[in-house]
Design a protein around this ligand. Structure first.
Ligand code: ATP
Length: 976
């Protein structure tokens, strides 16, 4: 992100502070507002502009690329920069992007009416986590600001309990939970707030401050993860969110309780821990402050406490490596979210996002969502009707937020009414599964029934006994609306009262402004209608005045006109002034004419102006009343928004399942039966994202509960893709989606752990290996028999022998002690021997072949272990000259010494099934790993140098091309 240190230009600009005593009243007012908003850049309304002065002006000019001007007053000259209020959004975006909080100081009284200095106040502090301006928000994401608190030594083993509360100021949603520091750090990742307010005592997110617990900071996603290992200064701030500090008092128990009082009664009943109360109080304090400190935010009515353990846990590392929401690396394509997002409105999009961040773990709830998705797949008409209806729905959650905040205009209310008007259609569409004459085919059949041929009527006795109703029931059975959708349909309240109120009150196409009239329908309010009638009649009277006066005076050139300043007049040119009647009073003299008014005209004019002003004011009053009446139904509207959001997410899942040929997974209650039940069985499984890039080779998965599959195979052969596709199938299934496969049986998993690929984003200064180990620690510590663990090349970040030993020990520990279902990709061929010693270890491998000199990766998984000499083999497959490959093999053989003994341990099925072709390895030769445990003595200096060069290669991390180039270099060495 760009920016100079924001603190230099937030709050009071230094040169204004220095001249504090000599300021003009206006600058003095500016200075006061700046002083009370130390952490913000104050934009100060002067007419049609938001202005900043002195150093703040220089910064605004720089960031917003607007002209820096000089202002002069009695105290001298100073810089000023302004942005037009009408067009402020894009400038505000820039300031936010430059890491500023922006305090908007509006004129809060009519400048024309004010005597002296116009009163101004900060009406809103715009910060990344609390923006409510529609144009500054994106559709998809829920925009949270989160507060974190810590209760020391309250939890198990005297460890701290952290609380987290997050509020979406635009919609009024508020979530609260607590737990050990790691859990809360993980929740923070899931909520992915735009802004974080840390309470006292939380210096490092995710670190319980218990340095003896060596897994205490393994929320490895954060730069904070470096806490115990790296530079502590790196712990303050995460580039993903803005860090905000507020007065510590807001985190005080008493203060928090007082703050919460208007929002909910008996917080201790609602909340689980003191940490939650304090976090909720603090986050609401901050939210109120940003909304202009006008007291409680009424629309924050849905404060929900939740238990993170009731969801599939996906920490940031898992979310990232599975590319749920973010792409990795340059050139990366879609994310999983992109693939499954076929939602029709912003409500659904946000809901689906939430589901993906928090898949379920209750098998019944999961199946219930699957039922709904299946129903929509089977009912194309209903699905399309619902999708079309939802596509015309506005963002109800945010509309309600704006209405409740008193920021909605008449257009917003019409949008609300338009959204309500689709609800009955949605209900009808869902009722298709309920009516007795549901399917059109059946009603079509009816007339034909009378024409049945005698043969046709030859139905079996059983059938003929069926009453018409019953036959319908049987016919409908497959399409019967599932409980889930029936419940959802019942929650689709069309709020006819609200819809009618808006339809009656607000004109169909209202203007943007709500203060200038033309907002309220005729017939809604008698007084308003009278005023408008007076206005209209007056204007008609004036419209006819010209003709009347021409006739009365006989002056054909007489005109009636109107100016903003002088109002209505009758104009008579100089030559005709003689004809002017007595009741004409002079109003204005022009070059060749005179302008007059008559008492009647004046009276009418006063009437019109009076009626018009009163009507505009009345309209505004009526509008705000209607808005308040609608706001009073906020709870019902939010409940409807909730149902619409869910409906859209379900329809999206059905659409995706159909278009991409996903299948409904059978959900196993994983821990129901012990033993091997509850394994993952997938036929023809695909990676939902990779399959969109082109030809995809489907693969099967057959793992019993607690199995550990060791996956070997060359680089680029498809190991990571395979592992990820298994995890994605589980995530998709548990969020309620169908999965990309032919058949799938999936157990409910409590947590997905991933340690995939070397992460080079070591922001916290942790070495790759250290980070890898802390992630591994987390797996070994926290995984359970219900977890799914993905490990990719564990140990590769250190010396081969150490790495292999660690990988082997970790695999054994997982199988023996944890029993988590695990996919473990490795280049350490020796690990495959584990299959001989452990019942639950299986070998799988991927292969590559060469055809016509081209290396082809089959991307097909097969039983058994792969050959171990990946690097050289791939080099051979890639066409490295045989002499070089042979020489390399000799080198390796001499280095690995007696490692050929190892081969005897390799089970028969571990032999690489690759068709070796002409360049394939001789199965009889030693195929020990890239570097063996006991390097042999080298016989001469060149050999020693070569051996050392080869030994230092990290084959596991080399691409075939790098292997090729390295071999080429080695060959040149030999030839020297
Ligand atoms: N089943 C498949 N069908 C088609 N393409 C696939 C399949 N599996 C993987 N691929 C493609 O092959 C490439 C390599 O896959 P992947 O990264 O999974 O290999 P890998 O064996 O894990 O490699 P490395 O060991 O280097 O990490 C990917 O770009 C992917 O697009």
């Amino acid at each position: 992100m760009p920016t100079a240190d924001p603190t230099t230009v937030t709050g009071l600009p230094p040169s204004i502070a220095a001249a504090r005593k000599e300021l003009t009243p206006m600058l003095s007012q500016y200075a006061d507002l700046c002083a009370t908003h130390e952490d913000a850049l104050v934009l100060f309304q002067v007419g049609d502009f938001y202005e900043a002065f002195c150093e703040a002006a220089e910064e605004v000019a720089r960031v917003c690329e607007v002209t820096l001007t000089q202002r002069e007053d009695s105290t001298g000259e100073y810089p000023m920069a302004g942005i037009p209020i009408d067009n402020a959004t894009s400038y505000l975006e820039r300031l936010l992007a430059a890491d500023y909080r922006v305090a908007i100081a509006d004129q809060i009284e009519d400048a024309a009416a004010a005597s002296g200095l116009v009163d101004r106040a900060v009406t809103q502090v715009i910060t990344p986590g609390t923006v409510v301006d529609e144009e500054l928000l994106t559709d998809r994401t829920t925009n949270y600001v989160a507060a974190l608190t810590r209760e020391s030594e309250e939890g198990e083993n005297g460890r701290p309990v952290d609380g987290i509360a997050a509020v979406d100021v635009a919609t009024g949603e508020c979530l609260v939970t607590s737990g050990d520091p790691e859990t809360v750090a993980e929740e923070l990742d899931r909520l992915d707030p735009a802004e974080v307010v840390r309470g006292p005592g939380i210096d490092v997110i995710g670190d319980g401050g218990d340095s003896s617990a060596n897994h205490g900071d393994t929320s490895a996603s954060h730069s904070d993860a470096s806490a115990n290992h790296g530079d502590p200064s790196a712990n303050h701030g995460d580039p993903r969110w803005m860090e905000t500090t507020i007065d510590a008092d807001h985190f005080d128990s008493r203060t928090a309780r007082d703050r919460l009082e208007p929002y909910l009664s008996a917080p201790e009943e609602r909340f689980g821990t003191e940490a939650e109360v304090r976090a909720a109080g603090a986050v609401l304090a901050y939210a109120e402050y940003t909304q202009g400190d006008g007291g409680p935010l009424e629309y924050v009515s849905r404060i929900r406490r939740y238990d993170p353990r009731r969801h599939l846990r996906l920490d940031a590392a898992a979310q990232r490596s599975l590319e749920l929401f973010e792409n990795r690396g340059p050139g990366a394509g879609d994310t999983l979210f992109d693939v499954i997002d076929e939602t029709n409105c912003a409500l659904g999009r946000r809901r689906l996002e939430r589901w993906l961040r928090r898949p379920l773990i209750d098998p019944d709830r999961i199946r219930s969502r699957h039922d709904a998705v299946e129903w929509f797949i089977d009912e194309p008409i209903a699905r399309e009707t619902v999708a079309d209806g939802l596509a015309s729905a506005y963002d109800l959650e945010r509309l309600v937020g704006r209405i409740s905040r008193g920021r909605a205009n008449a257009r917003d209310l019409r949008s609300l009414a338009a959204t309500l008007s689709v609800v009955p259609e949605l209900r009808d569409a869902l009722s298709m599964g309920e009516e007795s004459d549901v399917a059109p085919e059946e009603s079509d059949v009816a007339p034909d029934d009378s024409n049945v041929t005698p043969d046709d009527s030859n139905v079996t006795p059983d059938d003929s006994n069926v009453t018409p109703d019953e036959s319908n029931v049987t016919a409908d059975d497959s399409n019967a609306l599932c409980d889930h959708l029936r419940d959802l349909r019942d929650r689709l309240d069309p709020l006819p009262d609200v819809r009618n109120l808006i339809a009656e009150a607000i004109v169909a196409d209202p203007p943007q402004e709500i203060t200038d009239g033309d907002v309220i329908q005729r017939g809604f309010d008698a007084e308003l209608d009278d005023l408008r009638a007076t206005e209209r009649e007056g204007r008609e009277w004036i419209a006819e005045l010209e003709a009347r006066e021409r006739e009365r005076t006989g002056v054909d050139s007489l005109t009636v006109g109107h100016t903003q300043v002088h109002g209505y007049y009758i104009e008579v040119t100089d030559p005709n002034l003689d004809a002017v009647p007595d009741d004409y009073h002079r109003r204005q003299t022009l070059k060749n004419s005179e302008r007059f008014y008559t008492p009647d005209l004046k009276e009418r004019e006063d009437e019109i102006v009076g009626a018009s002003e009163r009507a505009d004011a009345l309209e505004y009053e009526l509008f705000t009343d209607v808005r308040a009446d609608v706001a009073a139904e906020a709870d019902r509207l939010q409940a409807l928004a909730d149902a619409l959001a869910e409906l859209d997410a379900l329809v999206s899942l059905a659409t995706v399942a159909l278009e991409r040929e996903y299948v409904r997974p059978t959900i196993e209650d994983s821990s129901a039966g012990a033993g091997d039940r509850g394994g993952i069985t997938i036929e023809g499984g695909r990676h939902p994202v990779v399959e969109r890039r082109g030809e995809f080779v489907p693969n099967d998965v057959d793992l019993d509960r607690g199995d550990l599959a060791l996956i070997t195979g060359p680089n680029m052969s498809g190991k990571s893709t395979y592992m990820r596709q298994v995890a994605l199938a589980v995530v998709l299934a548990q969020l309620g989606s169908f999965v990309p496969a032919q058949t799938a049986r999936i157990p409910v998993v409590d947590r997905v752990f991933t340690r995939i690929g070397a992460s080079d984003d070591i922001a916290g200064g942790q070495s790759t290996f250290m980070r890898e180990m802390s992630e591994l620690t987390e797996v070994l510590h926290d995984a359970t028999a219900d977890s799914l663990v993905l490990l990719d090349e564990v140990g590769r970040g250190t010396a081969t022998t150490d790495g292999r030993a660690i990988a082997c020990a970790a695999a054994e520990f997982i199988v023996d002690e944890i029993g988590a279902t695990t996919l473990f990709a490795t280049h350490y061929h020796e690990l495959t021997e584990l299959a001989d010693r452990r019942e639950h270890v299986r070998n799988l491998h991927f292969t590559a072949t060469r055809e016509d000199g081209e290396v082809t990766f089959l991307h097909r998984v097969a039983r058994g272990a792969s050959s171990s000499s990946y690097g050289i083999e791939v080099a051979a497959l890639a066409g490295v000259p045989t002499a070089v490959v042979d020489r390399a093999r000799e080198r390796l053989a001499s280095e690995t010494g007696s490692s050929s003994d190892d081969r005897s341990d390799v089970p028969p099925d571990a032999v690489d099934e690759t068709d070796p072709g002409d360049a394939g390895p001789d199965p009889g030769t030693d195929r020990g790993g890239g570097t063996g445990p006991e390097p042999a003595e080298e016989s001469n200096p060149t050999d020693a140098a070569l051996a050392s060069a080869i030994r230092s290669l990290d084959i596991a991390t080399m691409t075939p091309m790098e292997a090729l180039n390295t071999l080429h270099d080695l060959q040149r060495e030999i030839d020297r």
